[in-house]
Design a protein around this ligand. Structure first.
Ligand code: NAD
Length: 484
């Protein structure tokens, strides 16, 4: 007899593990199935985000930034440093330790909430029956009133640069580089390319990013993207737009291996460049391999994502799908929110995800962060809007911290003054944009933010000033539009 649950979750990334915990909190008998194994071959929770994504990359970003700061940025504060060195294996080991602690933390949370863990591969059969093949090969069948699919995504591979995770790396392999490559190539100047490119640039690699698109960060507000590009190039990142990679060849042996990349440049000319390591980060795709039996009743869309409606219901009754495996931005926090909402829907509540207000951050230094509509989107939609800008160069606190690069941009509806978007490049942009996200969730106007008292001196004051500037009322810069 197969064990019966109220909820079976397949996948324990930020979408799946959050769904499982919330379902158990709501009194539902819940299990979560996870196929990931750690280096010792043991089952481990957390998915891409905790094992090889958000968390380890931030560990490396923070370590590399501290090194760079100690070496280059402390002099201005009157602090002299000599002989600052980076020990790459220690940096990588610290990252591994953080991953271990956090993934272990999920196992503890499952235990505390009464979620039963299965380590193995789950496959959805007909009528919400799930077959689990354990790491030892043992097969069990489980069944449930509700199944939540949260199988995540994997990196896209391109035939012109086949990943061997030796010289040509994907985003997972790039977290294990054990010595500073002298010349590092990156295909794709997107989120992963900029974050990993920054890590190795800071510790001494010469980093070249080859990006196929003519616009930098095409999905971002272009004024902020241009500012970010200027700042990142000043740091040494060589960002080449309109460059399409057409081939790659690995030559040499052992530590002497290198890769010659052929690409077409912005003028249509063929170019060649040699790198010691090449990271391929040209996007991710939904992961559904061996997840669905032919008669599961779950359909995929034309791009390979599991097809769901606005409430994350699939085409099979009682089967839901959340996170990177369904439409929408591939962001951990979007998946987590879908997990909470689906668990609450299963428990009979009327929760919904507000897809209009999902913050988005690139963890370079300074960070680039956004929420809501870009200026380009508002223009295309024909929406009348006001723009409020405030540069960090005019912030006393940013000056004190020697972090004056960048700006806050707030977009508000020209008639109602409702905040429609916020775009920031600058110190603590991720946390600052979250302040606007909260305001937007409450339907705030730019005037509401402007009327809120912000502590002085804080970086947050730049948010208040940008909101004031949207109506021509900024105090600490000259207003573009003068208004009474
Ligand atoms: N901080 C974060 O929130 C964070 C961090 C890492 C990853 N992620 C998510 O992971 C996903 C994958 O990240 P990513 O950086 O791989 O994808 P991305 O979509 O952010 O960037 C990929 C870039 O590669 C370019 N590209 C595609 N094919 C190319 C080619 N043949 N030659 C040159 N350039 C090419 C694209 O134009 C694009 O700019 C994204 O959806 C992202 O949101 C988020």
């Amino acid at each position: 007899m197969s064990e019966k649950f109220d909820v079976i979750v397949i996948g324990s990334g930020p979408a799946g593990y959050v769904a499982a915990i919330r379902a158990a909190q709501l009194g539902l008998k819940t299990t979560c199935i996870e196929k990931w194994k750690n280096a010792d071959g043991k089952g481990v929770n957390g998915g891409t985000c905790l094992n090889v994504g958000c968390i380890p990359s931030k560990a490396l970003l923070d370590s590399s930034y501290k090194y760079h700061e100690a070496k280059e940025d402390l002099g201005i504060h009157g602090i002299s440093t000599k002989d600052v060195k980076i020990d790459v294996p220690s940096m990588i080991a610290r990252k591994a330790d953080i991953v271990k602690k956090l993934t272990g933390g999920i196992a503890a949370l499952f235990q505390a909430n009464g979620v039963k863990s299965y380590y193995g591969t789950g496959k959805l059969l007909a009528n919400r029956v799930v077959e689990v093949t354990g790491h030892d090969g043992k097969v069990e069948t489980l069944s449930a009133d509700n199944v939540i699919l949260a199988s995540g995504s994997i990196p896209v591979n391109i035939p012109v640069a086949p990943v061997d995770n030796d010289v040509i790396l994907d985003s997972t392999g790039a977290l294990e580089i054990d010595a500073v490559p002298e010349r590092l190539g990156v295909i794709g100047a997107g989120v992963i390319g900029l974050e990993l490119g920054s890590v190795w640039n800071r510790v001494g690699s010469k980093v070249v990013l080859l990006e196929a698109m003519p616009n930098f960060l095409a999905m971002m507000d272009q004024q902020i993207a241009k500012e970010a590009k200027k700042i990142l190039e000043k740091q040494g990142l060589d960002i080449r737009l309109n460059c399409r990679v057409t081939g790659s060849e690995v030559t040499g042996k052992g530590k002497k291996k290198s890769v010659t990349v052929t690409y077409t440049d912005a003028d249509g000319k063929e170019q060649k460049e040699v790198f010691d390591k090449l990271i391929v980060c040209v996007g991710r795709r939904p992961f559904t391999q061996n997840l669905l039996a032919a008669d599961s009743g779950v359909n995929l869309d034309e791009r390979g994502f599991i097809y769901v409606n606005d409430l994350c219901s699939t085409s099979a009754p009682g089967v839901w799908a959340i996170g990177d495996v369904v439409r929408g931005p591939m962001l951990a926090h979007k998946g987590s929110e879908e997990g909470v909402v689906v668990a609450e829907r299963i428990a009979g509540q009327k929760s919904i995800v507000n897809y209009d207000i999902i913050p988005n951050v690139i963890y370079t230094h300074p960070e680039v962060a956004a929420v809501g509509k870009t200026e380009e989107q508002l223009k295309a939609e024909g929406e009348p809007y006001n723009v409020g800008l405030f540069p960090f160069a005019a912030s006393g606190r940013a000056m004190a911290a020697n972090e004056t690069a960048g700006m806050v941009k707030i977009l508000a509806h020209a008639d109602t003054d409702r905040v429609l978007g916020a775009h920031i490049v600058g110190p603590s942009a991720a946390d600052l944009v979250q302040q606007v996200a909260i305001a937007m969730e409450f339907g705030s106007s730019a005037e509401d933010i402007g009327m809120t008292i912000f502590g002085h001196p804080t970086l947050s004051e730049a948010v208040k000033e940008a909101a004031l500037a949207a109506n021509g009322h900024a105090i600490h810069i000259a207003n573009r539009k003068k208004r009474k």
